[in-house]
Ligand binder design. Structure first.
Ligand SMILES: Nc1ncnc2c1ncn2[C@@H]1O[C@H](COP(=O)(O)OP(=O)(O)OP(=O)(O)O)[C@@H](O)[C@H]1O
Ligand SMILES: [Mg+2]
Length: 281
């Protein structure tokens, strides 16, 4: 079992300590968040390694989405900061932060596809907004990304005509269209049946293994975390309660973690039984 490093007092944070090991791609140091005087995150330290799939779990409302929004630079934390490649992203000039955002893919729950655009045009949008490429080339790149997620046949459809799993895959195609170094996912398998969720998990693993894209994934789904994670952090009460290789986290002796994992296992078993009954009918 590996536990989180002790919280680093802000006065000890230096550019050197922020840089971490050479494998660290993203480092959160003493990240704290208050909303309306209520502490949601309480001095989180995390290091995400280049090329890994890092999963964040924890009970509803424990601050997972809030943390993800800090890690990808969308929201500045109340205290502490986030370093990418050793650079404090919240100290960067806006133009530099924008460059960093172009290296980042986002697949958020609310980040829906635009309903009035075809799947192809949705995927092409980041290229149209951020590059000067010729439109024919843009369409070719978008088609290539759709092929990578197995959705080329649906390129002319509108989002309303896609299944839940197809929508997720289209959103992933859009997230990879600028060839990002890292992708942040918020609940990628939420609302999907276990079979479709497993397809999305396989796609995440493939993108990680084939293209070496670093992945930070928030999920409440234990089978999904089991399938995709290299390492897992479990948040409780605004702090990191467990952090390490997934096998170590699953077998933690911390009663809060044990209780959390057992509940998630029961939920996963119930869903599997539902599917088995459905198939049997
Ligand atoms: N912009 C905001 N203003 C005020 N409170 C917020 C804001 N964003 C989040 N919160 C609160 O912070 C807490 C953590 O929210 P967050 O969305 O990060 O939780 P979560 O772990 O992602 O939960 P879930 O598993 O349900 O998605 C919640 O109590 C939420 O109401
Ligand atoms: Mg959330």
């Amino acid at each position: 079992m590996s536990w989180p490093a002790p919280q680093i007092p802000p006065e000890l944070i230096t550019p050197q300590s922020a840089r971490g090991t050479t494998d660290d791609f993203i480092r959160a140091i003493a990240v704290g968040t208050d909303f309306d005087g209520r502490t949601v995150l309480d001095g989180i330290d995390l290091a995400i390694r280049r090329g890994e799939v890092f999963v964040i779990m924890g009970p509803s409302g424990c601050g997972k989405t809030t943390m993800l929004r800090h890690l990808c630079g969308l929201n500045r934390p109340t205290t502490g900061s986030v370093f990418v490649d050793g650079q404090d992203i919240f100290a960067l000039p806006e133009a530099e932060l924008q460059k960093l955002r172009l290296r980042t893919g986002l697949s958020f729950q609310g980040g829906a596809l635009l309903g009035s655009l075809s799947v192809l045009d949705n995927v092409a949008l980041p290229l149209r907004e951020n590059t000067e490429l010729d439109d024919e080339l843009i369409r070719d790149i978008a088609r290539m990304k759709l092929e990578m997620v197995g959705l080329l046949h649906a390129c002319d459809l509108l989002p309303a005509n896609l299944s839940g799993g197809m929508k997720k895959r289209a959103a992933i195609a859009r997230a990879i269209v600028l060839d990002p170094d890292i992708i942040f996912f918020d609940e990628p398998s939420a609302g999907l049946d276990p079979v479709t969720a497993a397809e999305v998990d396989n796609l995440i693993c493939k993108l990680n293994q084939v293209f070496g894209i670093t992945m930070v994934v928030v999920t409440h789904d234990l089978p999904s975390a089991q399938c995709i994670a290299d390492r897992v952090a479990v948040f409780f009460d605004g702090r990191v309660a467990a952090l390490g290789e997934k096998e170590d986290v699953w077998t933690s002796h911390d009663p809060r973690i044990r209780d959390f994992i057992e509940r998630r296992m029961r939920e996963a078993d119930e869903r599997t039984i539902d599917v088995a009954e459905f198939i049997a009918i």
